[in-house]
Write a protein that binds this ligand. Structure first.
Ligand code: OAD
Length: 232
């Protein structure tokens, strides 16, 4: 029987693919913090500005490829009953071949109509017109991502929480663990008896609960964790 393994990733796992983290250097766009633009209020006030921000991020991501850490996690599905939970909207886990993926905060390559709620994939860069329009009802579309102040879809969060509660090992990779409910999944898993592993160059608020911490970049430390510490 395959062991249940759950992994939560954040922006740090994509850093070595060239994607800037949210709270690190490079997290600003034209002097705006992403926390100020990725909100329903900012979109209601100025959808053009928010779409310019996402157009910039999509352009940047267009040239980014999955790195060794993404690939190693995708390969783990052969060996474990793996659930990969990501806060990232960049689509790099999918691109690396991960199948059992829960995208907690949505996906930047998917759009959602603000009126009829239709969702569709659109990978065009640049996206025209901007803001994009729903072809069915003519309303403005938004990125299908979760913004600050918005609730995560209940079914997505419930599934992530259920998997976290069943995990034998729960690994947290490349997240500052400041955003809830995502960070709370690690604590939930720990309380339910999981072995908690953290991979991050910096300590985070959940480091003190971790059974083992690998301090360093994801590409190197994921490989080390898999070689040294992960029970088969
Ligand atoms: P953050 O930018 O808050 O944190 C990135 C983390 O990655 C930090 O703890 C870094 O130390 C770590 N890091 C940097 N380089 C790394 C590397 N090469 N390998 C491993 N770790 C590295 O990003 P998140 O924790 O993902 O939410 O942020 C969580 C959420 O807040 C995001 O999903 C987004 C954001 O604002 C929404 O958009 C709703």
């Amino acid at each position: 029987m395959k062991l249940p393994l759950v992994i939560l990733t954040g922006a740090g796992i994509s850093a070595e693919s060239g994607v800037p983290t949210f709270r690190g250097a490079g997290g600003l766009w034209k002097n705006h913090r992403s926390e100020d633009l990725a909100t329903p209020q900012a979109f209601a006030r100025d959808p053009g500005l928010v779409w310019s921000f996402y157009a910039w991020r999509r352009e940047l991501l267009q040239n980014c490829l999955p790195n060794k850490a993404h690939t190693l996690l995708a390969q783990l599905e052969e060996q474990f009953e793996l659930t990969l939970i990501t806060q990232n909207v960049d689509g790099l886990h999918q691109q690396a071949g991960s199948l059992h993926l829960i995208e907690l905060h949505g996906n930047i390559w998917r759009l959602r109509c603000t009126n009829c709620e239709r969702r569709w994939e659109d990978r065009r860069v640049p996206l025209r017109p901007s803001p994009p329009i729903c072809e069915v009802c003519g309303a403005i579309a938004r990125p299908d991502v979760v913004w600050f102040g918005e609730r995560l879809p209940a079914d997505t969060l419930n599934e992530a929480a259920q998997r976290a509660g069943e995990a034998r090992t729960f690994a947290v990779i490349g997240t500052s663990a400041q955003v809830y409910p995502a960070a709370g999944l690690a604590l939930l898993a720990r309380q339910a008896g999981a072995n908690l592993v953290e991979i991050n160059p910096e300590p985070t608020p959940i480091s003190k609960y971790a059974d083992v911490c690998f301090r360093g970049n994801a590409t190197e430390m994921v490989a080390r964790w898999l070689n040294e510490a992960l029970p088969a």
